[in-house]
Design a protein around this ligand. Structure first.
Ligand SMILES: Cc1cc2nc3c(=O)[nH]c(=O)nc-3n(C[C@H](O)[C@H](O)[C@H](O)COP(=O)(O)OP(=O)(O)OC[C@H]3O[C@@H](n4cnc5c(N)ncnc54)[C@H](O)[C@@H]3O)c2cc1C
Length: 458
């Protein structure tokens, strides 16, 4: 039987909320394309910090992209290890980016409060489990570098085992604490004995789709004359002209500036009438990865958690990476459970292949997730799965979000490049793009679009 897909995040949206489509030509100051968390938070900062008229165009419905199909972990790290970012961009830019992402968590809290969002944003200590000494050394090195940049954001617990401790250089001693193995397994909520260390970072959980829906409704109410949303309105082409940009949809749209918040460069043709061809420079730099997740309801009422499990790739090249969250969840009105979500299995989308959100859940992914839970988790024995879903992530080649003005034409801006971890970077991108539009002088950043063309920038 083919498994239909539905995420717990879309399940909680208002399914009878009316959608307005573009029905005539339209003129605005700023056009945002894409109503995921990047587009919605960009609209939030533009409306609250400028006097501009803002219009949001969404191909389907608000938050039905990655924002409605993710794991909903509010995590302050990047898709790739901090040490790699330092190697590529130097300690100053890498450190600044880390501070920006931590600040984005505060911005998220601010939006949550100011827009009186009801969907819970819960912040708590989350964990990542390491199963090899190499992984532990990477985390220790990251921690050392972050400390150098003036950032302390995690704790490292290592199993009190002589064989492991003997292999850790003495310089790292102040950076970790030793604990009995049983404590590591308890922190990671697993019975698998191959975990030798646990990294603790402040994480959180959020239904980012519901957050977007509520924020959009708040903005529509607060700025009725300056904010418009058109759903079911895909933009096919963006043409950058000397004095304006023209967007091609069912009806023509004109604007001063346009911001792509489309996750990747999904189906938008970019034409620059005043300079170099933009299509070639960027489109080839984003590829798609489809990731699979499942969720079950539990009456356990335990503390929330967010845990990543890294298996030893050296010992087994097919070793997997899984992530698990537990949070309070209202399944039906007034019926509260713990929702446990697990993700991991992913595959790369073939070049030029189209991703279909409605596509059935991959049976192999379902088996992999179920086997993981059976063999790893402390409980339960027979989860009652309510949700299976997959989501598309636009991966940039340098695995960092692209935020800022297009190097060929500053009428076009980006806040995209979803990658695997993107809630907080989307919010940072939203604030930075707004600051650019406000004309603020900003320091260079690892997220600058030109870094994709020439990534080494120490
Ligand atoms: C399975 C999975 C798990 C994840 N887990 C986490 C996690 O735990 N923590 C975390 O921080 N991040 C996670 N992410 C990543 C995170 O969800 C994304 O980085 C974030 O949601 C990206 O938001 P976005 O607004 O950039 O993109 P999206 O949410 O994809 O929004 C882009 C929108 O643009 C629209 N669009 C595209 N083209 C057009 C067009 N031509 N015209 C009009 N509209 C268009 C799309 O329909 C879509 O609604 C995960 C992603 C996936 C898929």
């Amino acid at each position: 039987m083919k498994r239909c897909t539905l995420s717990p995040w879309l399940h909680q949206l208002h399914h009878d909320r009316p959608a307005v489509q573009l029905a005539a030509s339209h003129d605005t100051d700023i056009a945002i394309i894409g109503a995921g968390i990047a587009g919605i938070s960009t609209a939030y900062f533009l409306l609250t910090q400028t006097r501009k008229k803002v219009t949001l165009f969404e191909a389907t419905r608000i938050a039905h992209g990655a924002t409605g199909h993710n794991a909903g972990q509010v995590a302050p790290y990047f898709e790739k290890p901090f040490s790699e970012i330092v190697e590529e961009y130097g300690i100053t830019l890498a450190g600044q980016a880390q501070k920006d992402v931590l600040r984005a968590r505060e911005l998220l809290k601010t939006i949550h409060r100011a827009a009186r969002i009801k969907t819970p944003l819960v912040i708590f200590p989350g964990y990542a489990g390491c199963s090899s000494i190499e992984q532990v050394l990477v985390h220790l090195h990251n921690k050392e570098l972050r400390k150098k940049a003036g950032i302390v954001m995690d704790k490292i617990y290592i199993s009190r085992d002589k064989n492991i401790l003997d292999r850790i250089p003495a310089k790292y001693k102040p950076l970790y604490k030793t604990v009995p193995k049983s404590r590591i397994l308890k922190l990671l909520n697993t019975r698998h004995h191959h975990y030798i260390a646990a990294l603790q970072t402040t994480k959180g959980t959020l239904n980012s789709a519901k957050f977007c829906e509520e924020t959009a409704l708040f903005l529509q109410k607060k700025y009725p004359s300056r904010f418009t949303i058109f759903e079911h309105t895909p933009i096919k082409k963006v043409q950058l002209e000397k004095n304006r940009a023209v967007l091609f949809a069912r009806h023509p749209i004109t604007c001063e500036r346009v911001i792509l918040c489309t996750n990747g460069f999904e189906h938008v043709k970019l034409v620059n009438k005043t300079g170099k061809n933009i299509d070639k420079a960027f489109h080839a730099n984003v590829y798609g990865i489809v990731s699979h997740m499942a969720g079950y309801l539990d009456r356990g009422h335990e503390k929330p958690n967010a845990i990543s499990y890294f298996d030893d790739k050296e010992a087994d090249p097919n070793a997997a990476y899984f992530y698990l969250t537990r949070r309070k969840y209202e399944y039906e009105k007034g019926k509260h459970y713990d929702l446990v979500c697990v993700g991991g299995p992913e595959y790369r989308l073939r070049e030029k292949a189209r991703y279909h959100r409605e596509k059935a859940f991959h049976p192999a992914a379902e088996r992999t997730i179920k086997n993981f839970l059976k063999s790893y988790a402390l409980k339960p024995d027979k989860p009652d799965y309510k949700f299976f879903w997959h989501g598309l992530m636009g991966y940039t080649k340098n695995r960092l979000r692209i935020v800022g003005e297009d190097p060929c034409n500053n009428r076009l801006l980006y806040n995209l490049g979803c990658n695997g971890v993107g809630i907080l970077t989307s919010i940072h991108g939203a604030k930075r793009v707004t600051d650019i539009i406000l004309g603020k002088k900003l320091e260079p950043s690892i997220f600058d679009p030109q870094n994709l063309a020439c990534p080494t920038k120490k």
